[in-house]
Design a protein around this ligand. Structure first.
Ligand SMILES: O=C(O)CCC(=O)C(=O)O
Ligand SMILES: [Fe+2]
Length: 462
């Protein structure tokens, strides 16, 4: 995990930052409304003049003579020509409220970058792909079976279609172009989108079927294109399709530390080897509030992966002073030593925020200080993950090789051992976070190291 604080802020990577952007858009629109009012006043003034200044169409020479022969008409004509013409023209030429423009320029400096736009596109595409949703449903606010009061306008649909097309996912791109045609659009734009639909269908299909593709365009009903991809294990888990597990056990833990005799922890064992346990109700409301408050601002983008290009969420290290009690609770839950453990990291996921498959132990792709690190601390023995929030839809944590899926549950903590009994990295611990569909996903994580567990959880080297 690396943090990068030299780049401009990305909004798409966390709900917290997206809230900031929504605030900025409100300000922008306020200025725009001010400008529209200003413009309206101007139009009203000009309209008023154009009504007064326009005299009746007079057909004959005599009528025209009579018109200016009337002193009231003559006077008005002279006055308008003398006074109003220049006034109106000056009024038109006057720079429109530069103060408003300055303010809007200032806000423009905070507008999302190209990279941010791409993150947003990537998030939307992930939601579509991982959950295999119909673009027509997404565009109408029907997200994985739940209807929301939001719709995607045509430009949003076309931009997403273009993005997916450039990713060479022609089948899905075609679906999005078709969806874009369901809204009212200008004829020229419609033609452009129809062309893109046909090209996507041809690229994803066969040139012999062009007639069929053209016919699809005239079908008004939304016919979905058949899914051809075989879902990965992660996708199955995200879609809630893992087989039900029958070997789960649940118990109250009274024993790890003396404190638990007073306040036992309700613990569910999800897997034995590697060990994965879920502890319910171990983070208190005031801690949840504390975590959100102290991290609301100055979080940075979290970048993961050997080529450092997968931005998934915003992250911040939690101040140690605020975490003493949480540390104590980890000891109560696990009985493990926290010596040398990482500081607690807080993460808030963004639009379609996800974490692709990875392992938490130090493995092949770890960077150069690997050996030194392993010699001093040993490997990354266990991961402790607190769910700080529920997530309305999506955001499930899945272990694709074990077919275990864990829905975020506010206040619960998931603990798993990344190493097996011989303290060797266990690839079965590979895990991934499904894209968040709707919600603000907050978690706290801490990694415990191997060497200090010598007396609490000794390795059984074979
Ligand atoms: O956000 C999560 O649920 C998992 C985070 C994770 O896998 C990690 O920090 O290594
Ligand atoms: Fe992880």
């Amino acid at each position: 995990m690396k943090q990068n604080d030299t780049k401009p802020i990305l909004y798409s990577t966390s709900v917290v930052s997206l809230m900031e952007l929504a605030q900025i858009e409100n300000e922008y629109v306020d200025h725009l409304r001010g400008y529209v009012d200003e413009l309206q006043r101007k139009v009203d003034y000009i309209k008023q003049y154009s009504q007064i200044g326009k005299h009746p169409e007079l057909e004959t020479e005599q009528q025209r003579t009579q018109f200016v022969a009337n002193p009231l008409n003559a006077f008005g004509l002279v006055r308008r020509a003398h006074e109003d013409w220049s006034k109106v023209l000056d009024f038109i030429k006057m720079v429109e409220n530069p103060a408003q423009f300055e303010e809007m320029d200032r806000l423009m400096a905070k507008a999302p970058t190209e990279e941010d736009m791409n993150e947003a596109l990537r998030g939307m595409a992930k939601i579509h792909e991982i959950y295999d949703l119909e673009p027509a449903d997404i565009a109408k606010g029907l997200l994985d079976g739940r209807q929301y009061m939001a719709q995607m306008p045509t430009p949003d649909r076309v931009l997403l279609a273009d993005y997916i097309y450039n990713k060479t996912d022609y089948r899905r791109a075609a679906q999005w172009y078709k969806t874009a045609l369901q809204n009212e659009t200008a004829d020229a734009q419609r033609e452009e989108i129809r062309k893109k639909y046909i090209i996507s269908r041809l690229k994803g299909g066969s040139s012999d079927e062009v007639e069929k593709y053209l016919a699809e365009l005239s079908q008004s009903h939304e016919e979905s294109l058949p899914t051809i991809d075989k879902p990965t294990s992660t996708q199955l888990g995200c879609r809630g399709l893992y087989p039900a597990r029958t070997n789960l056990s649940c118990h109250y833990n009274f024993e790890t530390t003396p404190f638990l005799r007073l306040a036992p922890i309700k613990t569910e064992t999800l897997n034995l080897e590697p060990l994965i346990v879920l502890h319910h109700d171990v983070l208190y409301d005031r801690e949840v509030a504390f975590v959100k408050n102290v991290t609301m601002h100055d979080m940075t983008d979290s970048i993961f992966g050997s080529n450092n290009n997968i931005i998934i969420s915003k992250i911040k290290e939690l101040d140690v002073n605020g975490t003493i009690k949480i540390d104590r609770r980890i000891v109560d839950m696990t009985g493990l030593s926290l010596k040398n453990s990482t500081t607690i990291q807080v993460m808030n996921y963004g639009l379609g925020g996800h974490f692709r498959e990875h392992v938490d132990y130090i493995g092949e792709d770890w960077n150069d200080d690997k050996n030194e690190f392993l010699a001093s601390y040993g490997n990354r023995f266990a991961t402790v993950l607190f769910f700080v929030s529920n997530v309305t839809q999506g955001g499930t944590l899945v272990f694709p090789r074990l077919q275990i899926a864990v829905r975020p549950e506010r206040g619960a903590a998931l603990v798993w051992h990344n190493l097996n009994n011989a303290c060797e990295p266990d690839p079965l611990t590979e895990h991934s976070v499904c894209p968040v569909i709707v919600g603000s996903r907050w978690v706290l994580t801490k990694v415990l190291f191997e060497k200090v567990q010598m007396f609490t959880k000794p390795c059984h080297k074979l």
